[in-house]
Design a protein around this ligand. Structure first.
Ligand code: SF4
Ligand code: SF4
Ligand code: SF4
Ligand code: FES
Length: 948
């Protein structure tokens, strides 16, 4: 059942330059060639009755309700499957057509009686609407077709139910699963009244291949597939457009509410990033926002061993402010700082970094992007001139070759993965560079042309080998390079990658990838038409993360694959607002728009706007803050919506640093791991409770709109404003739109952005300014942002994290679809039905050597620490490599990761840890301590029920 306010045109829009003019019921209409008669009529506001058609799916022509008359043609063609022709004359209404349609609806009603009262779709059901439209209230055929009823409802999925009695077998769900989602989990089995929708091998939805994306529910014209919330609570009253707060795809949703209750989240068909599609997280996993664990009262305590004391907002804010002031008086101006959150809005990040620069008077502000995509920012800025991806998602529909490196989109960026799969099913080629066999290596109707299954930590050797083939086999786009790139830097790079040591044959010993495959993949990318590179944390989270990003940009420039649709270099951002938190200048060395704090002109602009003198030296990065805390010079930290005790590497090092500080203020939805070390807890607000904007991986700025009141009374931006005022630096905003106005005034890539324009356009891809008033879908079109593109020599340097006899395996990490990041949100939703714990994937050979059987406890021991996970024995990983996700704190995945980090940005090397795996019978010491602390925390929390 589609969103409350959607006008369905029946069949998809056609992108064709040839226009056709025809006449429908006497009115002239001009539409692109290939458009259906149904859609052409709908553009005139003439909605032809339909049941099996909807404008997100290809026409199927099964229900025969949409019949029309075409002058000069015999019979009654279906308007959804008949395309327009020049001069055609069409009648959509006549007594004959009405009689035919009535007959069709009566047949449907014989198997689906119009017992609509109490049905969750009542008032929005298409069968009910069609019956009314054609004047059917009962059926001449009797309701014998319904004799098979009642059939059992499948309620196995935590979020939706399938009631076969309400199914009219229109197959919209089957087509949605095939065309929109690309999972192909559904079929229609049987014939006539016995035909029914079946998931996988006629299994309950939960046990089938279904990934719970919701596309089938969205497509279903009746209540056969319905959200449980709609069944249990009833229909919504208000629909508000907002943006998903999970991953960097940034899907647009209609949040449908009744009073203060969210009934459902319906993906917006107008959403430019998702075009009406969604994944299980954004679509269903919003229950965390009102979970009982939400803290709703500010709290303080003297020492971290004391119980929390609920206090008023003023008390908490004044306490935090006086502590920060005391620390700065006693230990100096630089003894305090803040970490901003990539989950908060742009406006919230902006006010936080401003607070640090203005009220703390230093540049000690960093963002959690430090631990994921900081190498992207630096690497792309150096080579191309802008710290962001180059394309919009829709660009992939024009790609001929997709080179996917260190990213697993079906798990991490599912809606974009569905779009990519659509393009791959149309015939685009796919090269995957990944140590692990991700789903896209082989999935229904898709098989990667090459899977370059390299050893973790050898990305740079591989990208150099790919470049070597391009250079040595004459595949360079010489003219493009000559026109657009710095010649001297290019020549240096060409000479470097030409060296024999960078050949695929020489690199094979390092990467483990057969040279012939590297050669073939390089040829395909360089010569196969539009080549697009998509990459993820498997590129950035390495000691050579920045080098690899530069290597990717080099390869794209060398093959002329930048500056047009279908190509590009595209980082897939993990969190919803990673791009935004970086854009907003929450880095210790940069103001918004990636301008260095030592730039006098830029600084003067901020000084005159903010009325203060600003620090000229860069501040501390997150790892430097920890170091400084341990050496006693850094004493106070404000942590905005980020669980550093769980998400940062080498947990024991992080917790030692946190324990060494005198005032930690945590602002979060939940009493997270970091809050164990906090002295002040400020209850944060979820994306449902505030206004603002997020910026997704395409640089797309989208509105977040308040749909319910903040549970703790204040939105995050209001909390920061209160703290700024208490520190003596009030900020004059009454609404986030005013914060955006300031961002636009002070940031050249945002000068054209305003809430008004966002309301008008739906979303905007920055740069948006005088040169690009409606934004910039594709970057670097005529020239690179930095002027000439710059090639960098990318010498491969092996990580210090080496395997040896003691630590003979390499551990790498990743994500799964149902969980998100450290799991604070998704663990508090029905998504635990799919993934209730992190597991260790190990190859059968490695498992056998160690006597490990499926489901056994496996001890994971590294140079940094040890943890215990249950084993999954699988050939998805190669021998010598083990893999886990990191969504559950108890798994302690970061207890074993090391302090190694990217040479340029300090992004941690999460993806490579040398480990030994041993069969064990009990959790590690760390896990036992963690469990005990967790129990204590729950006791503290429950002891004072008023705080939750
Ligand atoms: S479940 Fe809904 S969409 Fe699927 S066949 Fe039945 S009525 Fe059509
Ligand atoms: S929820 Fe998505 S994956 Fe599952 S059956 Fe429906 S369309 Fe297919
Ligand atoms: S793909 Fe990402 S942004 Fe879209 S619904 Fe899923 S989690 Fe949300
Ligand atoms: S809507 Fe055209 S045949 Fe069903």
């Amino acid at each position: 059942m589609y969103a409350l306010d959607h006008h369905d045109h029946g069949t998809p829009a056609i992108d064709a330059s040839t226009l056709v003019t025809l006449e429908i019921d006497g009115a002239s209409v001009t539409v692109p060639a290939g458009t259906s008669l149904m859609r052409a009529a709908a553009t005139l506001g003439n909605d032809i009755p339909k049941l099996c058609a909807t404008d997100t799916l290809k026409a199927f022509g099964s229900c025969r309700l949409c019949l029309v008359e075409v002058e000069g043609r015999k019979g009654y063609p279906a308007s959804c499957t008949t395309t327009v022709a020049e001069g055609m004359k069409v009648r959509t209404h006549s007594d004959k057509l009405q009689a035919l349609r009535r007959g069709v609806v009566e047949l449907y009603v014989s198997d689906h009686p119009l017992e609509c009262d109490g049905c969750p779709a009542h008032g929005h059901c298409e069968l009910e609407n069609m019956a009314e439209q054609v004047g059917v209230t009962g059926t001449r055929y009797g309701t014998d077709g319904a004799t098979a009823r009642p059939r059992k409802t499948d309620a196995s999925n935590p979020y939706f139910a399938f009631n076969p009695d309400l199914c009219i077998v229109c197959s919209r769900c089957v087509r949605a699963c095939d065309e929109t989602q690309g999972t192909l989990a559904l079929t229609i089995q049987g014939r006539g009244f016995q035909s029914k929708v079946s998931a996988s091998q006629d299994q309950p939805f939960l046990d089938s291949e279904c990934v719970s994306c919701g596309a089938c529910i969205e497509a279903c014209p009746t209540a056969a597939l319905s959200e449980k919330s709609l069944i249990n609570i009833g229909q919504p009253e208000i629909s508000t457009t907002t943006t998903c707060a999970y991953c960097g795809v940034g899907c647009s949703f209609q949040a449908e509410t009744r009073g203060q209750e969210v009934i459902r989240m319906v993906p917006s068909r107008d959403g430019h990033a998702n075009h009406g599609h969604s994944c299980v997280k954004g679509r269903f996993a919003y229950g965390y926002a009102t979970h009982a664990d939400r803290i709703r009262t500010p709290m303080i305590r003297k020492q971290i061993s004391d119980p929390w004391m609920p206090v008023s907002w003023d008390e908490a804010i004044n306490h935090a402010a006086s502590e920060f002031k005391r620390l700065q008086q006693q230990h100096g101006r630089d003894s305090v700082g803040a970490i901003t959150s990539s989950r908060c809005t742009n406006e919230e990040v902006w006010v936080m970094q401003k607070l640090v620069r203005v009220a703390f008077g230093n540049n000690n502000v960093d963002t959690c992007a430090r631990v994921c995509h900081s190498p992207t920012g630096y690497g792309l800025k150096q080579t191309l001139g802008e710290s962001a991806g180059t394309q919009e998602f829709d660009s992939v529909m024009k790609s001929d070759v997709i080179l996917l490196i260190g990213a697993n989109p079906t798990e991490g960026h599912p809606v974009f993965a569905s779009q990519m799969k659509r393009r791959l099913r149309q015939g685009a080629k796919l090269i995957i560079v990944d140590p692990r066999a991700i789903a896209l290596v082989r999935t229904p109707h898709i098989e990667a042309d090459y899977h370059l299954q390299l050893r973790p930590g050898t990305n740079v050797a591989l990208i150099n080998a790919l470049a070597h083939v391009v250079v040595s086999e004459g595949l360079l786009k010489e003219e493009y390079i000559h026109d657009r790139c710095e010649p001297a830097a290019f020549e240096r790079w060409r000479a470097f990658v030409s060296e024999a040591r960078n050949s695929p044959e020489a690199s094979e010993a390092i990467t483990g990838v057969p040279a012939a495959d590297v050669r073939a993949a390089a040829r395909l990318y360089a010569t196969g038409g539009n080549g697009a590179i998509y990459y993820g944390l498997g590129v950035t989270e390495h000691s050579q993360g920045t080098t690899m990003v530069m290597g990717i940009a080099n390869l794209a420039m060398a093959t002329g694959n930048l500056g047009r649709e279908g190509g590009g270099v595209n980082p897939l951002r993990g969190q919803n607002n990673v791009q935004g938190s970086c854009d907003m200048g929450s880095f210790p060395h940069e103001y918004s728009g990636y301008r260095h704090v030592s730039d006098d002109t830029v600084r003067a602009l901020f000084e005159s706007s903010w009325g203060v003198t600003l620090e000229t030296e860069p501040g501390l990065r997150i790892p430097n803050m920890f170091e400084a805390a341990l050496d006693g010079s850094f004493k106070g930290l404000f942590v905005q919506g980020e669980d550093i005790a769980q998400s940062d590497p080498n947990t024991q090092h992080v917790t030692a640093a946190l324990s060494a500080m005198e005032c930690i203020v945590v602002q979060d939805l939940f009493l997270n791991e970091t809050a164990q070390f906090a002295h002040v807890f400020l209850p944060g607000s979820s994306f449902l409770e505030k206004d603002g904007t997020f910026t997704n991986a395409e640089r797309r700025i989208s509105r977040v709109r308040k749909v319910i009141e903040p549970l703790a009374g204040l939105a995050d931006w209001e909390i920061t404003l209160k703290l700024a005022a208490a520190l003596g630096h009030p900020m004059p905003y009454s609404h986030p739109s005013e914060i955006m106005d300031e961002i636009a005034r002070l940031t050249p890539t945002f000068t054209g952005v305003s809430y008004q324009k966002l309301d008008r356009l739906g979303s905007i891809q920055w740069p948006c300014n005088a040169e690009a008033p409606d934004g910039t879908p594709t970057m670097h079109i005529d020239h690179f942002v930095r002027g000439k593109g710059r090639f960098f020599v990318t010498e491969y340097v092996a990580t210090e994290e080496r395997i040896n006899a003691r630590f003979p395996l390499l551990l790498t990490t990743g994500r799964i679809l149902s969980q998100y990041n450290v799991g604070a949100q998704t663990r508090r939703t029905g998504n635990v039905a799919w993934h209730a714990e992190d597991r260790l994937e190990i190859h059968p050979d490695d498992a056998e050597q160690r006597g490990i059987n499926p489901g056994d406890w496996a001890g994971v021991v590294s140079r940094a620490g040890e943890t215990v996970l249950r084993a999954d024995i699988t050939t998805r990983v190669q021998p010598g490599v083990v893999y886990t996700t990191f969504h559950f704190p108890e798994s302690g995945a970061n207890v074993v990761t090391t302090d190694n980090s990217d040479w340029a940005t300090n992004c941690p090397e999460y993806k490579v840890t040398a480990v030994q795996i041993v069969r064990v019978t009990q959790p590690s010491d760390w896990q036992r301590r963690y469990r005990e602390q967790s129990r204590q925390r729950t006791r503290i929390q429950r002891a004072d029920a008023s705080i939750v």
